[in-house]
Structure formats: structure tokens, C-alpha cells
Design a protein around this ligand. Sequence first.
Ligand code: 5GP
Ligand code: MG
Length: 461
Amino acid sequence: MCGIIGVSGQKNAAQIAFLGLYALQHRGEEAAGIATYDGKDIRLVKKRGLVADVFDDRAMQELQGTVAIGHCRYSTTGSDNHKNVQPFMVRHKRRPIAIAHNGNLTNTEQLYQRLEEDGSIFQTTMDSEIIVHLLAKSKEKDLKKSFVEVLVQLEGAYSLLFLVDDVLVGARDPHGVRPLCLGKLDGHYVMASESCSLDLLHAEYVREIEPGEIVFIKKDQIESVYLPGRDEAKKAHCIFENIYFARPDSNIFMDNVYQVRKRLGERLAKEHPVKADFVMSIPDSGNYAALGFAQELKLPFEVGLIRNHYIGRTFIQPTQFLRDFSVKVKLNPIREVLKGKKVVVVDDSIVRGTTSRNRVEALRQAGAKEVHMRISCPPIISPCFYGIDFPSKKELIASDHTVKEIADFIKVDSLAYLSLEGLLSEMKDRAHFCHACFSGEYPINIPKTQDKYLLEGKCCG
Ligand code: 5GP
Ligand code: MG
């Protein structure tokens, strides 16, 4: 997953992009980058690390210009190398173009093969690079027409930002899988993955970029064109953005994420009530559903696990010892709260089941008498091809285990998930969501070769 921000018509566009990226850090902690247009050329600073570490004074000095795009990237496996950091920039016929992409294309293999046969040489293993190659190849002189010509060839999920000279371009796939919103700051437009980024900038929220819309922003002028076929494309907003990924202070897909999560907790309580001494969450992701769950059942809400906020990413190493350590160092149970109690623990999701198992063990060691777990989404049974880094089917515990077997594995006294029907009924417009991870019903073609690392790494994997 990734976060993207676009700024136009600002004296210090890079500074604003930097601040905006701060609020999108949760969407990608692996690497960050900003590209600006200085009137003649595109300038680019990007590297691995957190937003605050990537941009120092020197970087800001370098990033002159009144338009900027920024990106923060999340990639847990394989493709986390320097070349794959975004924004990605190319120069074609002396015209520089930069791109920042959130999402995942599903016809990468076909496009890649076609471009290679036509002589394209790829620098990275990102599907996003394909898009700029297609733009460079377009014979269309009119900028807007060339974008339409290119974007209709893409399948899958994309929220995109481009710098083409001093023009800031934003686009969203016709299904609207990933969020992208438009705001206004001192009379000029900004775009961001999530509205929490606009709040930090004191920008006014204007609206979402519509599915299948491409906006062209130059100074204070904005113009939209629409992809043909967008009216027929079924909306397929990623429901997991609401459950886990987006920040709760954001409004995405015409709803407030905090309120959605709380409603899911209330619904979960109605579907699977428990008699317990209190309700607690697995912080932070479980907080909001846990609150809704407790309020619905009129049970006390307690904080039984304290989060350490100062854990560097360096701890997360692929050895089992360090993984166990990072689980333990992140959340510490409060013995005095838990001892002898019958507790119901609410979390947003179970993916592999391994962290949940560790948490439950920690709660028992701290003296909890009974641990009942409630999950505010249905069992995750199918991988995501549209940008969420869900592992392959065999790593998803619910893909080949029953709820009872999962309960035994994580060693809880009881386990229950929110039903798909319950989840969908809490969405503003249930027909407009992708729930493939829970149902296996993919609304957009999935890659022919179902290999997540098709080009070794995709944009937001
Ligand atoms: P598990 O028990 O499956 O090992 O871990 C469940 C926890 O993983 C939940 O608390 C959930 O918030 C978190 N989680 C869910 N989806 C993702 C994801 O895409 N990336 C990361 N890093 N954590 C996730
Ligand atoms: Mg969590």
C-alpha cells in the first residue's frame, strides 16, 4: 500500500507535500519521495526510510518549485530496493514526467511483454513504470487525450499523481478501488490519498476524485476528463481501507472511517455477544471496533495492553526470534487490569494468526482468566491483487482452517468474526465495495499468472 500527495500553485510546494506525507505515513513506512517542478526541470529526492528521516534541510533546498508530488511506500517483501522507491521519473523528448502510484495493476504481464517487444527498457520492477512508458509512447499531442489513451489500457487498481512540467495530474481507476481526494489550500488545489492529510495542512476538503476521472491542475485552474466506460464500471472501493488501512480521522468513500469502524464493533456485538468483565482492544487497529462493541453491550471498556510507540522498523527482521521480540516489545499487558478477569478482546482482523496468538498468550500470562476474541471483519480467505499486501492463500489462516481450528490455534476460549452480510450492511452503499478478500469474488480481472511478484515487486506490495 502507499500514500500519495500532490500540491500545486504553492511557493514552497515541497514543504507542503512533506507535511502532507507525514499524515499518510501509516500507508507506507518503507520509503518516501517528493518530486517538484522548478520551472525548467523536475527535481527528485527519494530514499528508504520514514518521511521524517528522508527529508532534511538539504533535501528541501533541492526541492525547489511550485508544484510537487509525494509518495510513501509500503512493501513488506522482496521488492524493497532503492530503485523501486517513488516518485518515479523519466525524461522523454526532453520533457520530464514523474509519477506516484497507489494501487496495483492486474494486467502488468501483458503490458510489460508488449512494451518489451516494442523495445522498452525497464529500470525498475514496478508496475508504475509501465504507465510512464505508455505515456512516452503515445503519439497524441494533446496532454489530456494522451492520458485517456494510456489509462484506458490499464486494468486493476490505481490512484495516480503525475507531474508533467508544471501540470499536476491526478487520476483514479474506474472502479475507485483506492481513495484519492481533492482539497484547496489558499486558493490552490491539493490532492491526497486521505483527508487526514488535508486536515494537517489546514486545507479545505473539496471532494473525492471520482472513479474514472482524470484531473489536470495548472496554477489555480482545474479541468477534468473522464475515462470511456467508467459509467459501466462497477464501483469497487476496497473495504479493507475502512476496516484497517485508512486512518480513522479520514473521510474516504463518502464516509468517516472512525464511525464505520465503530459501527462494525456494534454490529459484531449484536451478532456475537459475550458476557465478560470488560471489553478491550488490540491497539491501535482494534480500538474503534472495541469501543462500539463495548457501548453496544453496555460493558466497561478497559485498556489492557499498552503500546510502545518508539519501535524502529529495524526490529522487524525476518528471523523468528526477532519477529517474536517485535511482537512482545510493541504491546505490554497490564497485569493489574487483567488478573482473574474474563475479557473480550476485539481486533480488526486476523491475517496469519501468529500475532493474535502471541497477544493472547501475553494476556494469559498477565493473569486473564478467560479470553474471548471478536474480529470486526469476516475471515480473510483470498489474497488481494489490488494493493493490500495479503499473503498467498496458504499463509492466510482462514483459507484452510475453520473458525474453531483458528480459535484452537490462537488459544482463545471463544472466537467469532463479523459476518460478510453484517459488514456490508454497515457500508453507506454496500454494492460499491470490493470484498474479494472475504468472498473470493473479484470485481476486476485478476492477473493471469497469479504471482504476486510478477515483476519481482509491484508498486504497493
Ligand atoms: P495476525 O494475527 O494475523 O498475525 O495479525 C493480525 C493483526 O495484523 C491485526 O491486529 C491487524 O490489525 C494487523 N493487520 C491486518 N492487515 C495488515 C496489513 O496489511 N499489514 C500489517 N502490517 N498488519 C495488518
Ligand atoms: Mg492490529
